[in-house]
Design a protein around this ligand. Structure first.
Ligand code: BES
Ligand code: MN
Ligand code: ZN
Length: 494
């Protein structure tokens, strides 16, 4: 999406949609009051009749308004004047989904409102992001798409002095939105399109586009690295595994490196511990962790953040065949820990075990991993909240603060040592599953064995990464969650 900052009078701007806000406590903003006068009180009457009530996310679209060059006026309810970033984002995402439903209506002019508690800079960044994300749907394979990407956004601001600041805000919003769309696209594509080789090829292409160094390890290299845990998961598939390493250097040569690891199970059938059809239906989403790391790395590079960041994508397919790894198998992970397999559907932790140990040995100062790891985390926190687990309170606090700033919901989970007892095995160092209770925590305690003494946070995104159905403010399918949080975390890392 292209964008520009304009100071043309609102009534003269040519666009398919002229978007501005209405609040419950102030339905007639100064902009609307002016229009109301020109229109002989039409808008006041809409307020009286309660057609315009300013409720968060409520839209009122008025076509062919006399005196307006724009084709439609879209009034977006934001609740109250002091709406916070979260409420404003929800409202703008709802508006973006409405604006992108017509092939013939892909240019938007957004009039900032200086009367809100939220700064016009924030309004601009959030709106640019919302218009970028809201214009992309999950109907990638429909011959007649139901959603059309928005082509152009004009931000209408009267104070010319602010143009540079608003320009930067819109740029950040679009970069973040496009990064989320990259993540969403990869997750939304079925497993036959996106498997370890094609995912790695796509990562190489992104790296070339945005200027990241990239290295792809194949079967032979993974064997040399003795990644026995990840390789066992890959064995049942005809698709060979890949480990993609991305490197961005925006900080000092000898500065600390942030490591981001992603679970990239391009399809999770459950292996011999086969899932039910219902449980398997959405398992093309099981590489969302890796796709999130790729999206975040691309944004970090495009925004030229002054930090050093490495991304590690562990890509495998968990399938059933005569070569599948079996229950009772004992695997030797890269760091020498032996693992007894009690459930081949607990494969994500087996992949991450080797990826985390590789990253820890690669010299990163701090580690994060993202994974659609457990159904148990969804039971604990619901569909929309990310679970955060870690071995270091300060680093976990940094993560929670980044999520709060980015406006994404995250909740810290406990890491009491007694959860590790569930992982004791009679034949090897550990086994790969515990009991049903506290399943997301035992999974995190398993991962903890592979990070050494590097401060680490594990994010279980099994709930928020992928949604079964649409909501007014977001499309069903992949969400692109945590891209913004990771970029914020990197921004604070410098
Ligand atoms: N990929 C799944 C977790 C998942 C569930 C992601 C729902 C997204 C939505 C993971 O590999 C898995 O199968 N976990 C098992 C672990 C169990 C066998 C200990 C689970 O959660 O049931
Ligand atoms: Mn699984
Ligand atoms: Zn999985």
């Amino acid at each position: 999406m292209e964008f520009q900052i304009e100071s043309t009078p609102i009534s003269n701007v040519v666009a398919d949609w002229l978007v501005t806000v209405a609040a419950k406590d102030r339905p007639l903003t100064s902009l609307l009051a002016g229009l109301d006068e020109a229109l002989g009180g039409t808008i006041s009457r809409l307020v009286e009749s309660e057609d315009l009530n300013g409720e968060t996310g409520k839209l009122l679209s008025l076509p062919d308004v006399p005196g307006l060059a724009a084709s439609r006026l879209l009034l977006v309810g934001i609740g109250t004047d002091d709406a916070d970033a979260g409420a404003f984002a929800k409202a703008m995402q709802t508006a973006a989904r409405a604006c992108s439903e017509k092939k013939s209506g892909t240019t938007v002019a957004f009039a900032v409102d200086a009367g809100l508690a939220l700064s016009v800079v924030e309004q601009t960044r959030i709106t640019a992001l919302a218009m970028t994300v809201g214009g992309m749907g999950q109907d990638l394979y429909r011959s007649e798409p139901g959603r059309f990407p928005l082509a152009h956004l004009s931000v209408m601001a009267s104070a010319a002095s602010q143009a540079a600041e608003l320009e930067e805000a819109a740029h950040v919003g679009v970069v973040l939105g496009e990064a989320m769309n990259l993540t969403r696209e990869l997750v939304n594509r079925p497993a036959d399109d996106i498997h370890p080789e094609t995912f790695a090829a796509r990562a190489e292409q992104v790296a070339a586009d945005v200027g990241l160094a990239v290295q792809v390890l194949g079967q032979a290299e993974l064997e040399t690295e003795r990644m026995g845990s990840m390789l066992a998961v890959a064995r049942g598939s005809d698709r060979p595994p890949r480990l993609v390493v991305l490197r961005y250097r925006g900080g000092a040569d000898d500065g600390p490196v942030l490591g981001l690891c992603g679970k990239g199970v391009t399809f999770d059938s459950g292996g011999l511990s086969l899932k039910t059809s219902d449980g398997m239906k959405a398992m093309k989403c099981d590489m969302a962790g890796a796709a999130t790391v790729l999206g975040a790395m691309s944004a970090i590079a495009q925004l030229r953040l002054p930090v050093n960041v490495n991304g590690y994508l562990g890509l495998v397919e968990n399938m059933v065949s005569g070569r599948s790894y079996k229950l009772g198998d004992v695997l030797t992970a890269r760091n020498g820990v032996t693992i007894e397999v009690h459930n081949t559907d607990a494969e994500g932790r087996l992949v991450l075990a080797d990826v985390l140990s590789y990253a820890a040995d690669d010299g990163v100062a701090k580690l994060v991993d993202l994974a659609t790891l457990t159904g148990s985390c969804v039971v604990a926190l619901g569909d929309d909240v990310v679970g955060a687990f870690g071995n270091d309170d300060d680093w976990a606090e940094c993560m929670l603060a980044a999520a709060a700033t980015a406006g994404e919901d995250m909740w810290r989970m406990p890491m009491f040592d007694h959860f590790s007892e569930q992982l004791k095995s009679d034949v090897s160092d550990i086994k790969n599953v515990g009991t049903r209770s506290g399943g997301s925590i035992t999974a995190a305690k398993f991962l903890e064995r592979f990070v050494g003494d590097v401060p680490w946070v594990h994010l279980d995104i099994a709930g928020p990464a992928f949604a079964a159905s649409n909501k007014p403010h977001r499309e069903g399918g992949a969400s692109g969650c945590m891209v913004r949080t990771l970029v914020e975390l990197a921004r604070n890392f410098s």
